[in-house]
Design a protein around this ligand. Structure first.
Ligand SMILES: C[S@@+](CC[C@H](N)C(=O)[O-])C[C@H]1O[C@@H](n2cnc3c(N)ncnc32)[C@H](O)[C@@H]1O
Length: 333
């Protein structure tokens, strides 16, 4: 407990010393008894629209703010990898890094299926989660894209006491943090107004990318303090606003003393919550059961064949079956 409080105090002191403001009506709280790590609790009544905290852009950790982007060319890297490299670099800088008190408050262990034993993963058999874990895929990205950059810059990434497997461990920690803690930071360009924000969800990213690109620039960034808020389906009471000079978390409902302050991670089913964040929500109004397209096509053959026969077309081929299922909402694209 003493260590928990020390880390919190150092983190909050670091935020304040670097221009952040945090409302006196909230505090970091230990929710580990509920398997939810740290969270943020109201220690005074909070009104709707009241500011909870404000984080200057200079405290965000991203390729825009990390020194690494000035030292090596990260342009050849895609997706999360520039941020990943910056996080590995800043973490390895230890005390020298501006973000040391931030790394100290972030977890080192995760409950996502990526870290489960083979036996534990067996429990997920029959769900769509198992195919989406992707441990081998991310490790091959590390090997092919990141490790060559790390190992060819020993002045930036010390290799004396850290070999490839140590960097791989750091890579996994940073990857898990990006997945569960990072935000899409939308930089307003047209006007100084603010825009919506939520803990990132790469599936939403694809859908929104075109619109976002037209309006403003989107960066994947770590936002200290904003990422201390937990999620509970149907209990969201705070929202992050992205402004020109800072990011502001604001209450979207009155919050009573003792209540936890929740951000939303998106309208996610339990499979996605488990895969990305390592927990499930019960009840969860967004829950769904996923059935693989292959099984749907196989199981529906008889129905499709009957429909084809009724239309006087004889037995349908696989493509026709898929077409029919798509038309009848039996399959998602
Ligand atoms: C953005 S962080 C929130 C801060 C985090 N609790 C901590 O201690 O650093 C997201 C992580 O918090 C935890 N979390 C958030 N909401 C939760 C919930 N309702 N139940 C259990 N764990 C939760 C999960 O481990 C998730 O990956």
């Amino acid at each position: 407990m003493a260590q928990f409080d020390e880390v919190n105090t150092a983190f909050l002191g670091w935020l304040e010393a670097n221009g952040a403001t945090v409302s006196k009506s909230l505090s970091l709280q230990d929710y580990s008894a509920e398997y939810a790590g740290r969270g943020v609790v109201a220690i005074g009544d909070i009104n709707k629209d009241e500011e909870l905290f404000s984080i200057p852009r200079s405290l965000l950790l991203s390729p825009e703010t990390s020194e690494l982007a000035k030292k090596i060319d990260l342009a050849s890297l895609e997706g999360w990898n520039p941020l990943m490299m910056c996080m590995i670099y800043e973490y390895c800088c230890g005390e020298e890094s501006q973000w040391k008190p931030y790394f100290d408050i972030l977890p080192t262990e995760f409950s996502t299926p990526m870290f489960w034993t083979n036996e534990e993963q067996e429990e997920l058999k029959g769900t769509g989660v198992i195919d989406k874990i992707g441990k081998e895929e991310v490790e091959s990205i590390f090997k092919e894209k990141l490790w060559p950059l790390i190992s060819s810059n020993p002045d930036l990434f010390p290799t004396l006491d850290r070999d490839e497997s140590s960097y791989l461990k750091i890579f996994h920690r940073m990857g898990s943090l990006i997945m569960a803690y990072a935000f899409h930071d939308t930089l307003p360009t047209k006007e100084e107004g603010s825009s919506d924000g939520s803990v990132m969800d790469e599936d939403e990213e694809d859908e929104d990318e075109d619109d976002d690109e037209k309006e403003s620039k989107v960066n994947v960034s770590m936002v200290p303090m904003a990422d201390m808020l937990n999620h509970k389906t149907g209990h969201n009471n705070a929202r992050l606003f992205h402004e020109k000079t800072c990011l502001r978390m604001v209450a979207i409902k009155p919050i009573k003393t003792g209540q936890q302050i929740y951000n939303t991670y998106g309208d996610l089913c339990n499979a996605d919550l488990l895969r990305k964040y390592g927990f499930v929500d019960v009840p969860n109004s967004h829950n769904i059961v996923e059935i693989s397209g292959e099984s749907v096509v196989a199981k529906c053959m008889a129905t499709v064949a009957a429909a084809a026969a009724a239309a006087g077309r004889g037995e349908a081929g696989k493509e026709e079956k898929v077409e029919w299922l798509l038309d009848h909402d039996g399959l998602e694209e």
